[in-house]
Write a protein that binds this ligand. Structure first.
Ligand SMILES: [Zn+2]
Length: 155
């Protein structure tokens, strides 16, 4: 793997939240949101009616990660009792038993896999300046073929 192209996935999501889905672009983002109990969620996206807690790690999505996300969702619920709450877990895979745990949690969760749903090696479209997988030939947002290879050149 070319180390120069591999950026931290937290940095990628912070700078390019639409990689989680188009709707994330229009939500307010708190990176590393700290709660009163001093715990810290990786990302919380929100608007008046909605809070989405996003937990990210490079390894497999496991029970420990789910427990953390549930804790942050409970905190969000306390802060904003009327909002619709949702969790997103991002990792390189998911342990077998977790789907069941998620169902039992009572919260809605989405699983997103690195290099499947979210690229970890990115390049920036020369035209629309959005992040694409390093391996794309066409920009998925504007179909341009020209890319800037250093994704953080314009930060
Ligand atoms: Zn583009």
């Amino acid at each position: 793997m070319n180390q120069k192209r591999e950026y931290d996935i937290h940095t990628i999501i912070k700078n390019h939240p639409y990689l989680l889905g188009n709707e994330f672009e229009n939500l307010n983002l708190k990176h590393e949101k700290v709660y009163q109990d001093r715990t810290r969620a990786d990302f919380v996206f929100a608007d008046n009616g909605l809070s989405i807690v996003v937990e990210v790690k490079k390894g497999y999505i496991d029970a420990e990660m789910l427990v953390q996300a549930l804790h942050y969702l409970d905190n969000e619920k306390k802060e904003n009792p009327r909002r619709f709450l949702k969790g997103i877990l991002v990792g390189s895979g998911i342990v077998n038993t977790l789907e069941n745990e998620i169902k039992k949690s009572g919260y809605e969760f989405q699983i997103k896999l690195l290099d499947v749903d979210i690229p970890t090696n990115i390049k920036i479209c020369d035209k629309c300046r959005r992040a694409n997988s390093l391996f794309s030939t066409l920009c998925r947002y504007c179909n341009s073929k020209k890319f800037i290879i250093d994704p953080f050149l314009f930060q």
